[in-house]
Design a protein. Structure first.
Length: 614
């Protein structure tokens, strides 16, 4: 069934008649800025009960040439980090040494994905993600600096939306080491851009920019900032536009450097713009399209954070396994005690799966720079940040008092200076950065519901004429009378599962069965709740968690198969990898069952009432 609507019709999908003005403005802005393409990727198919594994199996391979280029850069990056980066000293002083920034600029670390013609390295998304893994395993401050500069700072939106003139002017500067930042958040604006107060008014061939931005990462060091500001017009009072702003211009002021519990060397600040004259040629992506620029930039750049989380998780696994082998209690290494062994096994399985997701989503971007990876990247960010935090917490538990003790203190009394305490502090922000877990669940839920909204939302939209609503209801009834019964038929993954190792084939069948159950339950939730489902955020979050687990599980299976076939592994290594991935499948089933149990319990309504009373 063709469910595509034209842009004018798409604005009517969600009934806003019962919302207050603030809710209506926020929703309409978010809907207008959504990617209008129909999401046909694996993640969307899993939520709809019709997963298509063709883009996943066989698992996308990095070419020899691309891997070789990445290896060369990673070798240079690692050498610079080894010689010039002392993460504990950076944490203690709250500053990144100038010599380190200069060395990073020298090897091209500020222009990893910037095209060669604009003086960058022109490396692939996969190699950029590999660099993020390395940085995430070493120093959260450096990972934040370089990812904020390249993933959400000037380079990414310039590559996606910049004119040829803008690219020629600013990308070489970014590649040379001129740090960039992204300014969206304000005092009263987190994930609700309809409340934005920063404003730009057209004055001849310039815009006059006024306002103040909060928590602008890299802002205190930046030479360039991508600034989001309101550009209201009579018909679009909440229109938002993105501007390229140079911090050397009159009226740009760093008001305050913000200090945090974590990431002590984060160059994050409050930036004030007072009558800043911005040339019209510095509008990025078109007037009124600022939120589109922001959301699209975040969608593509969001995969950087789970890449850093994967690197952090690998570091934690290394620290934990070495300690589990060397530390003895009650006559044997602690790794032989079941309570510790269970933590390590789950760490290993989740870490492998995390890297699998990063590599798959990165490969999609490499295949098509304009690929629609919004769902896949959002799931990677949500799942990766939450699981890496659990891994970090378990590492702290395994290390015990030595995890709580600083690396400097450990070193002073003659023990190995494992930086668990610093890594623990720095990793906590990951479930908040670039979209909190709560916002990610709502974002993923909205995208997962899109096919159903296109099919049946008009039927319950009280702002539409009755005839139109009735026609929609009849179309929806016709569609679901076939679609829903089909989701009860027992079906596996079909012939495509034969691309997997024989011991992994049943897992792919299980993913298809659980995907169909997820689709059935999600449809029933929509039918029972109607427009009120939008308010049941906890309920939606459980469905999102199930779909996310299925997506990650799929990536882990395919990645394992590629490792087995590409590396010509010895049989005993194949057996170990298969055991690891099958174990991951079992703990994934465990987590999915827990989410379905929470759905059946239906505590979200009661919890909301209790919260209001509190």
């Amino acid at each position: 069934m063709n469910t595509t609507l034209n842009p004018a019709e798409s604005k009517t999908l969600i009934d806003t008649s019962r919302m207050n003005a603030g809710q209506r403005a926020a929703l309409e802005m978010a809907e207008a800025a959504r990617d209008e393409r129909r999401n046909t990727g694996l993640a969307a198919g899993l939520f709809f009960g019709e997963p298509d594994f063709k883009s996943l199996l066989p698992f996308p391979k990095q070419s020899f040439e691309d891997r070789d280029q990445g290896d060369a850069f990673l070798h240079r990056l690692e050498a610079v980090l080894d010689k010039h980066a002392d993460p504990d000293a950076i944490d203690a002083t709250g500053e990144i040494p100038d010599v380190l920034l200069e060395e990073l600029a020298r090897i091209g670390a500020f222009g990893i994905k910037i095209p060669v013609k604009h003086c960058g390295l022109g490396l692939s998304q996969t190699n950029y993600s590999r660099a993020a893994m390395l940085l995430g395993s070493r120093c959260g401050n450096l990972a934040a600096l370089l990812s904020a500069h390249q993933s959400i700072g000037a380079p990414q939106p310039l590559i996606l939306f910049g004119t040829d003139e803008q690219k020629a002017k600013y990308l070489p500067r970014c590649a040379s080491g001129v740090i960039s930042a992204f300014a969206l958040t304000e005092n009263d604006v987190g994930s609700d851009p309809a409340r934005m107060k920063t404003e730009a008014r057209l004055d001849g061939d310039h815009y006059i920019l006024n306002g103040e931005k909060l928590w602008c990462t890299n802002g205190t060091k930046a030479g360039l900032i991508i600034v989001m500001a309101r550009t209201p017009s009579p018909d679009k009072p909440h229109a938002t536009t993105a501007f390229i702003v140079e911090t050397r211009w009159p009226g740009v002021e760093v008001v305050n450097r913000c200090r945090f519990m974590v990431l002590k060397a984060l160059y994050n600040g409050v930036i004030r713009f007072e009558n800043v004259r911005v040339p019209v040629e510095n509008v990025l992506g078109g007037v009124g399209r600022g939120l589109k620029v922001a959301l699209t930039t975040l969608n593509t750049g969001r995969i950087t954070l789970p890449a850093a989380c994967a690197g952090l998780s690998k570091r934690c696994l290394d620290i934990s396994t070495r300690w589990a082998k060397s530390r003895e209690q009650w006559g044997q290494p602690i790794g032989r005690h079941a309570a510790v062994a269970d933590k390590i096994s789950r760490m290993a399985a989740d870490t492998f799966a995390m890297e699998s997701v990063v590599r798959y989503v990165s490969s999609l971007v490499d295949k098509d720079k304009n690929a629609d990876v919004r769902l896949e990247a959002a799931i990677g960010k949500l799942w990766g940040s939450e699981k890496s935090w659990r891994i970090m917490d378990d590492t702290m538990q395994i290390r015990g008092g030595r995890g709580f003790e600083t690396a400097a203190s450990l070193k002073a009394r003659g023990e190995a200076p494992e930086p668990v305490e610093r890594l623990f502090r720095d990793s906590r922000i990951n479930t908040i950065f670039e979209g909190s877990s709560e916002i990610m669940r709502l974002f993923i839920a909205r995208e997962a519901l899109e096919p159903h909204l296109k099919i049946g939302a008009e039927a319950v939209n009280s702002t539409l004429p009755w005839k139109r609503r009735i026609r929609c209801a009849m179309r929806a009834a016709c569609f679901y009378s076939t679609w829903y019964p089909m989701k009860w038929l027992p079906r596996g993954a079909g012939e495509i599962k034969e691309l997997l190792h024989p011991d992994l084939m049943p897992d792919l069948d299980a993913i298809v069965r659980l995907s169909r159950k997820l689709a059935r339950d999600l449809f029933l939730a929509m039918a029972l709740n109607g427009p009120k489902l939008e308010k049941r955020q906890v309920l939606l979050g459980h469905y999102v968690d199930v779909g996310s687990e299925l997506f990650v599980w799929s990536c882990a299976l395919a990645h394992a198969e590629s490792r087995i076939t590409d590396a010509s592994m010895p049989e005993h290594e194949v057996a170990k990898l298969v055991r690891l991935v099958r174990f991951f499948g079992k703990i994934t089933r465990e987590r999915i069952a827990a989410s379905f149990a929470k759905l059946r319990a239906g505590l979200d309504v009661e919890s909301w009432k209790v919260a209001q009373e509190v």
